[in-house]
Write a protein that binds this ligand. Structure first.
Ligand code: ASP
Ligand code: MG
Length: 405
């Protein structure tokens, strides 16, 4: 007998028929004699709608009350899923995060899990039930309801799988798994049968939004192997696990395009100690998320000056602009240029560690496609370039063809 954790996201439980489908799948697994713990998200759109309701009353609602409110979304789906299982004559019990023993810190709306004591879960399983646990929520040691940040049901599933020492952890979503590129952009993109945690993390932060990044970090830390697969069909998905020797044979696992970035350039920044510190401290204080940073060598006669460019998430651009304009007097840069029509194209693969010539091949491919490179950044397993947004999709196709086929 195996213990299986299955997580279903918002679209997979988006209406009564979908919930019945989930129940049917769970019932089929249970027939094989396995113990099943199901984690569900709120029905799609519900969390967004609750946030909207609160903001109609007050723009900045109390975070404690937001947690109280948002936790209700998942509480609806656990009960509905239990009812759907009862309708199939399968014994099932729903549990809130707190009832499942998920204890968090007190940072409302983005709490971290401290520990999980799933005594009740085991007890209900041993009595023959399917146990359905609300994703995205927990409680503090003193009994306050908390939530784990947007997309947090993924984290609930991975963390419970670790705490329960589950034999299998499946994350059901509305895509078939992780692809070598967005199949809407690259029709011959293929589904990966396996991917390493690090590659998955890079691809998630690059806009291949399959799972909450925190949950993948957690899985890596605790060695939880999991499968991402579709709740709409029976196709096997993508296994996410620690990298293996054979994974290194593939140089580029995936190509991603992030259209959600903007670029800010400070022209003629005096080249002296402390300037970059001031700029990025001020941006950090304003909670502007900065991604790539490029600084040139100094140029010009007289006082040495340099140009400094960084990228940020598009929604943060106005905030970033305000912060930089506020520093104009203090830093005495010459000009501020912002560009929104950019795309960040990235190639990711653990095989890059042991292969040479990857950057050269990428740049050559882009050159042949007539794509100019604005910025470059690299890590051990990733190369990213900032390019013109209008050329983004063509560039992804060309790069995918060059590296993956
Ligand atoms: N319902 C929450 C959200 O929409 C958590 C989740 O879906 O994972 O962010
Ligand atoms: Mg989700």
């Amino acid at each position: 007998m195996a213990l299986i954790v299955q997580k279903f996201g918002g679209t997979s439980v988006g209406n009564p028929d979908r919930i019945k489908n989930v129940a049917k799948r769970v019932a089929d697994y249970r027939k094989r004699g396995d113990q099943i713990v199901v984690i569900v998200s709120a029905m799609s759109g519900v969390t967004d709608n609750l946030i909207k309701l609160a903001k109609e009353i007050m723009p900045l609602p109390s975070e404690r009350e937001m947690d109280m409110l948002l936790a209700t979304g998942e509480q609806q789906t656990i009960a509905l899923t239990a009812i759907a299982l009862h309708a199939l004559n399968v014994p099932a019990v729903s549990m809130t995060g707190a009832q499942a023993g998920i204890v968090t810190d007190g940072v409302h709306t983005k709490a971290k899990i401290h520990n999980i004591t799933p005594k009740e879960v085991h007890k209900k399983l041993d009595e023959g039930n399917v146990v359905i646990v609300a994703g995205f929520q927990g409680e503090t040691a003193s009994g306050q309801i908390t939530t784990l940040g947007r997309g947090g049901s993924d984290l609930t599933a991975i963390a419970l799988a670790a705490a329960l020492k589950a034999d299998l952890c499946q994350i059901y979503t509305d895509v078939d798994g992780v692809y070598t590129a967005d199949p809407r952009l690259v029709p011959n993109a293929t589904k990966l049968s396996e991917i390493s945690y690090d590659e998955m993390l890079e691809l998630a932060s690059l806009g291949a939004k399959v799972m909450q990044s925190r949950s993948v970090e957690f899985a890596k830390k605790f060695g939880v192997v999991f499968e991402v697969r579709s709740s709409l069909n029976e196709n096997p998905g993508t296994i996410v696990k620690e990298e293996t020797k054979s994974m290194e044979g593939v140089v580029v696992r995936g190509v991603a395009l992030d259209k959600n970035q903007a670029k800010v350039t400070l022209v003629g920044v005096p080249d002296k100690p402390g300037v970059a510190a001031k700029i990025f401290k001020a941006l950090g204080d304003a909670t502007v998320n900065v991604d790539m940073i490029v600084q040139n060598i100094s140029h010009g006669s007289g006082v040495p000056a340099t140009d400094l460019t960084f990228t940020t998430d598009k929604p943060d651009l106005l905030k970033a602009q305000k912060v930089i304009e506020g520093l104009k007097k203090e830093i005495a840069y010459k000009d501020l240029i912002v560009a929104e029509k950019i795309g960040k194209l990235s190639i990711v693969g653990v095989g890059m560690k042991s292969h040479t010539g990857v950057a050269g091949k990428l740049f050559e491919t882009l050159a042949q496609a007539g794509v100019n490179i604005d910025m470059i950044s690299t890590s051990e397993i990733k190369i990213s370039v900032v390019i013109d947004l209008a050329k983004g999709e063509g560039a992804v196709k060309a790069v995918h063809a060059a590296f993956i086929g």
